[in-house]
Design a protein around this ligand. Structure first.
Ligand code: F6R
Length: 656
């Protein structure tokens, strides 16, 4: 059997208590790779199913939808195919369903479960249950009572899988849900509707109400596993694990259950004390990166520049151990100060030899100048949003800069935007007296007119929307000094579903990325290292880049000049100062030019179709983030810049 252990955490028995000595009120496992986490949980589910099979009993699973459990379902399907895991003795109860909602609606949880699991295994569909989204308002109470009765008749839920919403909901039990609540019709929180907006092509289309198992229903499950992935969940995870039980954060009710495990990836765990200040609750290995994290934290905590920190500051803030080992606060301050200072460079591609001056910090492979640089941009605007200033610098400094747009980004173009372009085509042909406008444009206008806002896009409309984004990307790259001949539109197939839900990454996607690497043979690669974009596209794009880099690593050209890979973050969150390897300062002029290039993405301006959790426009987020990074460097006592773009060097393994 495969045994997987979450990093730095001892294997936990199923009903273990929270980490003693920490402020944690639930058992927590933190995983470096979400894939390992999904596999470990799938193994547990499979063991339970097989155990029940051996006992001649049915196994009753409580299931969740959403992005988080998809990895588990993929593993279960794989185990069914490769390891003969049978679901014949499995009964399932899903947590919730939108209301009203047809079981065949593209956003329905009925359909989700069929697509993600049920249609791929040998489960008896009559043993799967999802609340009935077609029930009338008057019939909802009786339907919910019947749902509860079925759970009881099945002998109760053996294992309940949960995700958690940013509001702290479990199921759709939004803030204010009582501990004793049962399965019922509820009104969705505004934040939840915003999070679901992308599935429905706009918040206006998201149902106001939903049916959900109650907190009381969930707590009756014999065992519970709650999972969370990604940075966006970090604040709520900290509250649910470390905060007091409160109706305002319904997930905290889990603290009263005897057998709950919380499984997190590192970004979702980032706000837990064990990640932010691990030295407070346990003895840590003082690696250079841990020392950097501690000193950056201490500087922020005491609001003092690094070089002003005293032995008392260390002693009084749980860092006695660190200062005792090094003997002097001054020495630690200097080490971290210099380390951070070395991250700052205005020459992200390296400095040519003839520009080298005394006292300059050596950058790797300065002897190769200019460099071939390949920037992977998951969507057509991530390059300029996330690293537009660096892109401008690289190009202005004479490097051969290529940008590979990994997906078409078509689903983020509104129907209205598409209609505007089609009207233009029609009026343009008319203005030349053309009797008939182009046939394909006419067809598209008809298709668009027949499309409801929450319908997936037809292939012609996908193509039109892709073109709109493509032209915007070209225009934005021109502002940064990169011509069309160096732009590569990869249109990775995993993205092209016409829907928010994407297909899994396959060899076809990886092959395309490999081809672009082999064609350009870059010295330096930039890729989006952020994992919390709302639909998981960045996560898939990064996986494709890592897999492709692994493949080309054996190529002669790559062996001769190994690729330096830098990860940027951008539209959704930024690297913590403690993680940054390269900090590229931007002048006020570069900030303005970067903004102009982001403005060229007109279809995403004012209010993008998928804004995620943040109401601000992308350029505002990017500027705020770059200014905030600069302000942090300033507060640490390093240097005062207008803005900074930050990068982490990929270590060839995971992104941690
Ligand atoms: C889904 C459900 C919700 C989700 C939660 C997290 O059936 O009940 O509570 O688990 O909203 O959703 P994701 O996983 O998409 O972040």
């Amino acid at each position: 059997m495969t045994t997987l252990t979450p990093q730095r955490i001892a294997p936990i028995p199923f009903s273990s208590v929270a980490n003693p000595g920490s402020g944690e009120r639930l058992s927590v496992a933190v995983w470096s790779r979400p894939g390992d986490m999904a596999l470990a949980i799938a193994i547990r589910i499979a063991e339970l199913i097989r155990q029940r099979q051996a006992e001649g009993r049915r196994c009753v699973l409580g299931l969740a939808t959403g992005s988080t459990p998809i990895g588990i379902y993929d593993e279960l399907i794989r185990m069914h195919h490769d390891e003969g895991l049978s679901f014949k003795n499995v009964t399932t109860f899903n947590l919730d369903e939108y209301w009203p909602m047809s079981p065949t609606g593209p956003q329905s949880y009925h359909l989700f479960m069929r697509e993600q699991l049920f249609d791929h295994v040998d489960i008896d569909l009559s043993c799967t249950h999802v609340p009935d989204g077609m029930v009338s308002a008057d019939g909802a109470a009786a339907s919910c009572a019947a749902y509860e009765a079925k759970i009881r008749a099945a002998g109760g839920i053996d294992l309940q899988i949960l995700g958690v919403g940013r509001t702290g909901h479990i199921g759709f039990n939004e803030p204010g849900s009582p501990r004793a609540s049962r399965t019922r019709l509820i009104v969705l929180d505004r934040v939840t509707r915003n999070d679901s907006a992308s599935d429905f092509f706009g918040e206006e289309q998201v149902p106001i109400r939903a049916l959900t198992m109650g907190i009381g229903t969930i707590l009756e499950s014999k065992q519970i596993i709650l999972m969370a992935l990604g940075e966006a969940k970090a604040p709520i995870v900290a509250q649910l694990v470390e905060g007091p039980i409160s109706e305002q954060i319904p997930a905290t009710f889990l603290q009263a259950h005897p057998s709950v495990e919380v499984h997190l990836d590192r970004p979702a765990a980032a706000h837990l004390e064990r990640e932010r200040t691990p030295w407070v609750s346990r003895s840590v290995d003082w690696t250079p990166s841990m020392i950097r994290q501690a000193v950056v934290w201490l500087s922020g905590h005491t609001k003092k520049a690094i070089l002003k920190l005293t032995a008392e500051d260390y002693n009084e803030n749980h860092l006695q151990d660190l200062v005792a080992r090094n003997g002097s606060a001054h020495d630690i301050n200097l080490i971290v100060f210099r380390d951070l200072q070395e991250t700052i460079t205005g020459w992200p591609g390296g400095k040519p030899r003839d520009r080298k001056q005394a006292g300059d910090i050596d950058r790797p492979r300065d002897e190769i100048f200019p460099k071939r640089v390949l920037i992977f941009s998951p969507h057509p605007d991530d390059d300029v949003i996330s690293m537009g200033g660096t892109l401008i610098r690289l190009s202005d400094q004479g490097h051969e800069v290529h940008v590979a747009y990994q997906t078409s980004g078509s689903i983020a173009v509104s129907d209205e935007e598409a209609r505007r372009f089609l009207d233009f085509v029609r009026d343009y042909s008319k203005s030349f007296g053309a009797a008939n406008m182009d046939h394909s444009a006419r067809k598209m206008i008809e298709v668009l007119a027949a499309t409801k806002p929450s319908d997936p896009d037809a292939p012609e409309i996908q193509r039109l929307k892709s073109l709109i984004r493509r032209e915007e990307a070209k225009s934005a790259a021109r502002v940064c000094g990169v011509g069309g001949e160096r732009l590569h539109f990869l249109d990775l197939p995993f993205y092209e579903t016409g829907r928010v839900r994407k297909k899994p990454i396959t060899d076809a996607d990886i092959d395309i990325v490999v081809k672009s690497l082999r064609a350009i043979q870059p010295h330096q690669v930039y890729a989006a290292g952020d994992l919390s974009d709302p639909h998981g596209t960045h996560r898939c794009c990064l996986a494709a880049v890592f897999a492709a880099l692994d493949i080309v690593r054996g190529d002669t050209w790559c062996k001769q000049a190994p690729i330096e890979t830098l990860l940027y973050r951008g539209a959704w969150q930024e690297w913590g100062i403690e993680a940054i390897d390269l900090a590229v300062p931007l002048s006020p002029d570069e900030v303005a030019r970067k903004r102009r290039s982001i403005f060229r993405h007109q279809s995403q301006k004012d209010r993008p179709l998928f804004p995620g959790a943040d109401d601000r426009e992308f350029w505002q987020r990017a500027e705020a983030r770059n200014e905030a990074t600069a302000a942090k460097y300033d507060a640490l006592g390093l240097a005062e810049y207008e803005a900074i773009e930050a990068f982490v060097v990929w270590n060839g393994k995971s992104i941690d």
